[in-house]
Design a protein around this ligand. Sequence first.
Ligand code: PEP
Length: 251
Amino acid sequence: MRLPIIAANWKMNLLLNDARNWVKDFKHSLPELSSCGVVVAPPFTSLSTVKNELAGTEIQLAGQDIGLALEGAHTGDISAKMLKDVGCDYVILGHSERRRDHHESDSMVNEKIKIALSQGLKIIFCLGENEKQRQDGETQEIVKEQLLSGLSGISSEEINHIVIAYEPVWAIGTGNNATPEQAQEVHAFIRTLVAQEYGDAVASHIRILYGGSVKSKNSKDLLGQPDIDGALVGGASLVAHEFCAIINTLI
Ligand code: PEP
């Protein structure tokens, strides 16, 4: 039995006051969480504030990226050590916006996964094909390449600290979510790949989240698929009661 995870990726949104209000609203309509885990990934500037506001809840905190070093002369970077220090449980790595805006390659994502693991962070490892790749029938090839490169050198013990997020790039922030059938097909494919690399036991335990225009209107059908173990939610996570409505889909 896999405990689903619903994760909020605020991206570069919400100022400190908005973040405080979000947590207040969220706590107000906080559903019973025994049936899922909840992770919130605010921008670096509000991690500490959100951590304090969430005290006493079971919500886990995530950073949205890490630098390649743990400390030193890397102006503008935030290290895995710093995320751990501020109280993060998770870090999102390999997000398509990092790959697009910061030219993050699969090998860089792999390096970051190893660094995050070394600091005791859990990882939400994002991957997914873009629109052209889907149209050209390359979805499986791309997903396989990103998955295997990202997990290169990761042991079967370490993979227990990794959650995979399948996020088709064409569905992110577009309002065009993958259909439950399209998402399920890729999730089942990812699980098969994990089984080939790490065995059936690991594959049956690993959580594979879907991300891409998830909202309360489509979450029930998406989350009802056998290989979809939760969601990584961008835009719809910015409004606390909408995010709660998505969590409530699982209850
Ligand atoms: C994301 O950025 O991880 C995401 C899934 O965004 P959205 O929900 O806005 O499509």
